[in-house]
Design a protein around this ligand. Structure first.
Ligand SMILES: [Zn+2]
Length: 268
């Protein structure tokens, strides 16, 4: 999970129109969830805006999804809380698996003595008041999520870790991790990356062999684009894996990747 700044995308017009209020009222007066109007919150404009905002990734597990993605209500709507159905700040882009698991009672806080959900017991990655997922949730060398120690009493962080470690995304993470490790092994640049990561600013001319360091910068660029960029599946956990395996963090790779862009541009 990674933080998302919802201000990057304006609320789609269909969720602002006056007809929305008519539907909120209609839903409130209805007897069940079937009266909610999916053509509003699931409107193609809303879907496109959510895909852009979440980089086509599931807001919970970070798997890349396109046609299989669904519009997910962070806090479930019901006739008692009809506004939640059409509230832009409550809509996320999610994979089917996360959407299913999120329905479990253990991830919900209920209004006492009712079946009305008061809150979802997970970090909302778009919330300004919830803990930032990249700070509260870390990954060990087996890619298992855990709560960073200063957040050990935070119920949202605890539940989010439990959610992230559920089977399907963990398997997907391991596959991506294996591909990343294969790429690193094949690029044969680990030693060069370690040398370059210590240089500030990077000067590939001082490396023993400029051709090798150029090859390393090029590989760092590819590594960043393929596995560490926010638009890739499981990028947050891959950044932690890189630190464990290479002793280099993703920011070093990004810096090298940026540097490679500068030298490629000046070469043209
Ligand atoms: Zn997911």
């Amino acid at each position: 999970m990674r933080s998302i700044d919802r201000r990057a995308e304006t609320c789609p017009a269909v969720l602002q129109s006056s007809s929305k209020y008519f539907h909120i009222l209609k839903y409130k007066l209805s007897q069940g969830p079937s009266k909610v109007n999916k053509s509003i919150y699931g409107h193609p404009d809303v879907v496109e805006a959510l895909k852009r905002l979440f980089s086509c990734k599931c807001s919970y597990c970070e798997i890349l999804i396109d046609e299989d993605g669904i519009v997910e209500h962070f806090i479930p709507h019901c006739p008692e809380r009809p506004k939640l159905a059409y509230d832009w700040s409550n809509l996320h882009w999610a994979c089917q698996s996360c959407s299913q698991r999120k329905r479990k009672k253990k991830y919900k806080e209920y209004i006492p003595r009712t079946t009305i959900v008061k809150n979802t017991l997970l970090i909302d990655p778009t919330s300004q008041s919830a803990p930032r997922p990249e700070i509260a949730i870390w990954y060990d060398d087996k890619l298992k999520a855990y709560v960073q120690n200063t957040f050990e009493v935070n119920i949202l962080a605890i539940k989010t870790v439990e959610f992230i470690n559920d089977n399907l995304p963990a398997t997907g993470r391991l596959i991506t991790y294996a591909s990343m490790m294969r790429f690193i092994a094949e690029s044969e640049c680990i030693t060069e990356w370690k040398i370059l990561s210590l240089q500030d600013p990077i000067d590939h001319k001082i490396c023993p062999n400029p051709d090798v360091s150029l090859k390393a910068l090029r590989a760092a660029d590819r590594l960043y684009k393929l596995f560490l960029n926010n638009t890739n599946s499981f990028s947050t956990s891959m950044r932690f894996a890189l630190g464990y395996q290479l002793g280099i963090n993703a920011m070093d790779i990004l810096r090298m990747s940026d540097y490679y862009g500068i030298i490629s541009a000046s070469a043209n």
